[in-house]
Write a protein that binds this ligand. Structure first.
Ligand SMILES: Nc1nc2c(ncn2[C@@H]2O[C@H](COP(=O)(O)OP(=O)(O)OP(=O)(O)O)[C@@H](O)[C@H]2O)c(=O)[nH]1
Ligand SMILES: [Mg+2]
Length: 292
């Protein structure tokens, strides 16, 4: 394997993704992305209202790790805001919203239980549909047997725009992206019906690309040139019907001792796209409301 990395076997000549015009793996690009991200706000004077994003995916695919990675990029050092680990069962069992500071003070990130593979997923799918519409409060504990009822103390019967989700992130472990479980694909399709009916923007984030590709493990700057990753992106697109351009490969920082501007770049690219999409959604929703 080492000689493949050394000889660049499995890499494309030109990057298959050009994240922005004149993109280069340079510290200045990371700084520019951070400046762009800081500038994407709801309004210039409002610090109270935040964009709300939700991570959705199978258990163990890296949802909580992604939130920790976002928080680390925010703090400029490795940090943890939610528990992430590899276990037989779900690590995250409650719906929690995380407010980050500094770079991402305009964003709330929602973390939920992953969809199970072996058990029935309908209760989770129903809960996710309600979270998307703002009906579920922070702290709700998922029940694998039954979804939330309108009598539950965690049920919000009249959600406002700021309770609702403004961007959905489907988180997929890239090492299994070639053949996602049929129940999951089916569950995502059901969730997509709600996403589409509410016009919520959606993107997919492919995690663990360091496990999929030796090149990426060795040097993250091969992430947009690696054939295996492109294939994982295309397979995800085909199965979940999400356009290739809305699928972002990353390496979460969970299993790294430290990170540099280089590892931050794919994460900052995700954050910039997420915020731009959430902003368009909020602006459009507010516009529709005020013009009616
Ligand atoms: N090497 C590597 N490991 C990762 C990456 N992302 C997540 N992991 C590991 O995958 C395991 C599961 O990650 P979690 O973030 O807890 O997954 P989750 O989707 O939140 O899981 P649930 O809360 O159980 O639904 C942890 O051991 C992480 O360290 C990544 O990009 N690379
Ligand atoms: Mg989790």
């Amino acid at each position: 394997m080492a000689f493949r990395v050394h000889l660049g076997i499995g890499l494309t000549g030109k990057p298959w993704r050009e994240p922005c015009e004149n993109f280069k793996w340079k510290k200045e690009i990371a700084e520019k992305l951070k400046t762009d991200i800081k500038g994407i706000n709801i309004t210039e004077d409002s610090k109270l209202k935040r964009f709300k994003a939700l991570t959705i995916g199978l258990y163990g695919h890296g949802k909580s790790s992604l939130i920790n990675t976002f928080a680390s990029v925010c703090e400029d050092e490795k940090t943890t805001v939610c528990n992430a680990a590899s276990r037989e069962t779900n690590v995250t069992t409650k719906y929690r919203n995380y407010m980050l500071s500094g770079l991402l003070e305009q964003l709330v990130l929602g973390d939920i239980s992953g969809l199970p593979v072996t058990k029935k997923i309908d209760p989770f799918v129903e809960d996710i549909k309600r979270i998307l519409q703002g009906h579920v409060k922070h702290g709700y504990t998922f029940n694998p047997e039954i979804s939330i009822s309108s009598e539950d103390e965690s049920y919000e019967s009249s959600p406002n725009l700021w309770d609702k989700i403004h961007c959905a992130l489907i988180v997929i472990d890239s090492t299994v992206a070639y053949e996602l479980p049929a129940t999951f694909v089916c569950g995502v399709k059901t969730i997509m019906e709600t996403i589409d009916s509410k016009n919520i923007p959606v993107m997919a984030v492919l995690t663990k690309t360091d496990k999929l590709s030796e090149h990426v493990k060795h040097d993250v700057d091969t992430i947009f040139r690696c054939r295996k990753i492109l294939q994982a992106v295309e397979a995800t697109s085909k199965q979940l019907q999400i356009p290739v351009t809305k699928i972002y490969p990353v390496v979460n920082f969970e299993e790294m001792d430290h990170f540099t501007w280089k590892e931050s770049i794919p994460i900052l690219i995700v954050l910039k796209s997420l915020l731009l999409m959430a902003k368009m959604h909020v602006v459009h929703t507010l516009d529709v409301k005020t013009t009616k």
